[in-house]
Design a binder for this molecule. Structure first.
Ligand code: UD1
Length: 417
């Protein structure tokens, strides 16, 4: 692992790459394993900093965790569930899932407010609204959240003002052991939520409606351990597809589920990219000239905000026409724009919109301002002339497994220092 990535642009990406298991499915699912009696086995868990930090948090609470080549076993039988140290919790935004699982399991939890990517102020009011509706007392004091249920949690009807992924997951986790039925209205529909629900169902939970905006959870007294394979990472797959297009390459991304990537595939086709789907993955072949398009991020099944920075890097390489990118999910997710400009990108920001014009990029010293923005810098660097240096690369290692090796396998000229 290194903190700087050096790359030389101008190489056409070619060949095959395999997408790893999804980070954003793995994080809630690892947490959910604490709800089981006995040992859970999870397969295709990506080897990432976020996963490693979660492992350390669980171990600090006495949970038995072992990780070897993608397989993680989790055993909460001997856990004491003492409050995990802040230095660990702050490294991982998804540590807020501990609130839902510990509330379900022990009736209480105390966690310092989470860290993660600095993309907007990212409140957790909807999570807390859900816990309150289930009957928990919620206290916020000096950045520490305390949730406590005096009696057993009781199912309730909860309307989310926004279909938040985290709030939907956290309420599902808490409701899985509550008394009676919980109904989440305006629930998020992301594939990672479906993956979690599939695992909870095998563990014995009663969940209906996942993948729609109304999710119903009927609480049960006990959940049993199971074995589960994590779904492919659609954001990682999509990032390689976008990189292939930006270098006018020809890349097959194995372990990609097309049904999770519909909005991206539609947008790439609109740009003129050839897409061939099969049961194992997707082949992306780019023509010499690409068309500019408009992209608006939305909750799933709309275009994912987690692919917006990468897509913007690609759009600088569309020769025909101007593009418009509108970000509606996070209010401050344009930090990569200044970095792309350092490389010569012609982008104008106007509120939640960015106007992207065809640009000739040249290598520069840039910063990975967050996880996905860092990958956008790789994509821009691959399309640029000359050498690019990406600083603060640790952000990217939070969410992309073996990224140096995978890009090298496609012919990219890069290395970590
Ligand atoms: C998850 C993903 C993240 C992705 C995001 C949107 C994980 C670990 N992270 O983050 O990669 O970018 O979904 O697809 O799965 N909001 C509130 N109040 C809340 C919760 C959210 O106002 O209580 C707002 C947020 O500020 C944001 C929007 O809702 O503007 C979406 O956030 P949310 O869906 O909750 O994202 P995360 O779960 O944090």
């Amino acid at each position: 692992m290194g903190d700087k990535l050096f790359l030389t642009g101008g190489k056409r990406l070619q060949g095959e790459v395999r997408a790893s298991g999804a980070k954003n499915a793995a994080l809630p699912i690892i947490n959910a394993a604490i709800l089981a009696k006995g040992e859970t086995q999870l397969d295709d868990i990506p080897d990432l900093r976020d996963v490693f930090h979660l492992q350390q948090i669980l171990e600090s609470m006495g949970v038995g965790v072992a990780y070897d080549q993608g397989t993680m076993t989790i055993n909460p039988e001997k856990a004491h569930f003492a409050e995990p140290p802040y230095e660990l919790v702050r490294k991982l935004r998804a540590s807020y899932y501990l609130l839902g699982v510990l509330l379900a399991r022990n009736g209480e939890a105390r966690i310092a407010l989470p860290g993660g990517c600095a993309i907007g102020n990212r409140p957790i009011d909807l999570h807390l609204k859900g816990f309150k509706a289930l009957g928990a007392d919620v206290h916020l004091d000096h950045g520490v959240v305390e949730v406590k249920a005096k009696r057993k949690l009781k199912g309730a009807k909860i309307y989310l003002d926004y279909p938040s992924v985290g709030a939907t997951v956290n309420i599902m986790l808490a409701a899985s052991r509550a008394e009676g039925q919980t109904v989440i209205e305006n629930a998020a529909r992301e594939p990672e939520i479906i993956d979690l629900a599939n695992m909870l169902t095998v563990m014995g939970a009663r969940i209906k409606g996942v993948g729609t905006d109304i999710v119903k959870v009927e609480g049960v007294d006990q959940l049993s351990s199971t074995q589960h394979r994590i779904i492919p990472d659609r954001i990682e797959s999509g990032s390689y597809m976008i990189a292939a297009a930006a270098t006018r390459g020809d890349v097959y991304v194995r372990n990609s589920l097309c049904e999770h990537l519909k909005s991206l595939l539609a947008k790439l086709k609109e740009m003129g990219v050839k897409i061939e789907e099969d049961i194992e993955g997707v082949r992306v072949t780019a023509p010499n000239s690409l068309k500019g398009i408009d992209v608006k991020t939305l909750p799933h099944p709309g275009f994912p905000t987690d692919l917006q920075p990468q897509m913007m890097a690609l759009l600088t390489q569309a020769e025909e026409g101007t593009s418009l990118v509108i970000e509606t999910v996070f209010e401050n997710r344009f930090m990569h724009v200044d970095e792309l400009k350092r490389m010569g990108a012609d982008i104008k920001l106007d509120g939640r919109g960015a106007i992207v014009k065809p640009s000739r990029l040249s290598g520069a010293k840039v910063w990975a301002t967050d996880l996905r923005a860092g990958v956008a810098m790789i994509i821009a660097g691959l399309a640029a002339e000359g050498e690019t240096q990406i600083n603060d690369f640790f952000h990217v290692e939070r969410g992309y497994e073996k990224i140096e090796e995978k890009f090298k396998g496609l012919g990219a000229d890069l290395h970590l220092e």
